[in-house]
Write a protein that binds this ligand. Structure first.
Ligand code: ARG
Length: 282
């Protein structure tokens, strides 16, 4: 994989507001993705997913530009509410933006719904070691909201573990190469560090990245616009927790090229420090 390519894909981040060249490149990828299959028992039809039900992921939010008009025209990334006034997202979603230019859309899986609540962002914290030791390592950021949002937060995972199946959700490109108005979700097989490093030689920082995808068949993945949103696992009680943050992939849903996520268990103490600084109780 050459550097330029990865860079381009990174620029493809949520471009619903102005579908540019990078997005079109993505669209091509999505349209060429493998036909749906049910190999491996994963729900195939995000790419290879299905529409989320209202209330399925209360903590799921879209991140967009502050301003006037329809959230559908303004969002560009996903995020997760981790405390009543804090959203976790990807560093690459917010690195070049002022907090005052940002808005968080919560309250519905349908960005076109009247139930969507828009909240301003007071402060953004971008991981100090973002892009260290490799590009897109430590791809996480926290947003302090102007006001609390009335949604159930998701717990942040604390143990770096091997997972079995994970779940992703967001408003990124789907298998028809469209940005859906209603969030989509999918189950994705976990890919261990070794296999992921093999898929992306030199690009994987095992300490801060987690990979998921159907290595053999492809067909299920996050894609452009899902960045910043959650990849989730379940604890022993079946409760979902945040295992990672959608970060990057060279293509979407192709065999051999898993999606790469920021592994939140690795940043626990850094997250706590920021929350302490902001006087936030979790
Ligand atoms: N960088 C993309 C975004 O900003 C996320 C890409 C995830 N891609 C993937 N194949 N899993 O929305």
């Amino acid at each position: 994989m050459d550097k330029k390519r990865k860079h381009l894909l990174r620029l493809g981040t949520g471009v619903a507001a102005g579908v540019g060249a990078a997005a079109l490149a993505w669209a091509g990828t999505a349209a060429n993705a493998q036909e749906p299959s049910t190999d491996g028992g994963f729900e195939i039809q995000v790419i290879g997913g299905q529409e989320a039900e209202e209330g399925q992921y209360p903590w799921l939010v879209a991140l967009g530009y502050a301003g006037e008009g329809d959230p559908v025209q303004r969002w560009f990334c996903g995020g997760s509410v981790i405390a009543e006034n804090v959203v976790m997202t990807a560093a690459h979603c917010v690195e070049d933006k002022d907090p005052e230019d940002l808005a968080v859309f919560s309250g519905s899986v349908d960005l076109g719904s009247d139930a969507i609540v828009e909240t301003a962002v007071e402060e953004a914290h971008i991981a100090h070691d973002y892009n260290e030791p490799v590009e897109l390592a430590n791809d996480w950021a926290l947003l302090l909201l102007d006001e609390s949002v009335d949604v159930e937060p998701i717990e942040v995972g604390t143990e770096p573990t091997e997972f079995d199946t994970l779940e992703i959700a967001g408003w990124g490109l789907d298998e028809t190469a469209q940005y859906p108005t209603v969030a989509r979700w999918a189950e994705v097989p976990f890919v261990d560090d070794e296999a992921c490093a093999e898929a992306y030689p030199g690009w994987i920082d095992e300490a801060t990245m987690l990979c998921a995808g159907d290595l053999e068949n492809g067909g299920v993945d996050a894609c452009s616009g899902d960045s910043g949103g959650p990849i989730m696992a379940r604890d022993e009680d079946g409760e979902q927790f945040l295992a990672g943050i959608v970060s990057w992939g060279t293509v979407c849903a192709e065999a051999g090229s898993p999606g790469v996520y920021a592994e939140v268990a690795d940043f626990n103490s850094a997250i706590d420090d920021v929350l302490d600084d902001w006087d936030v109780d979790v």
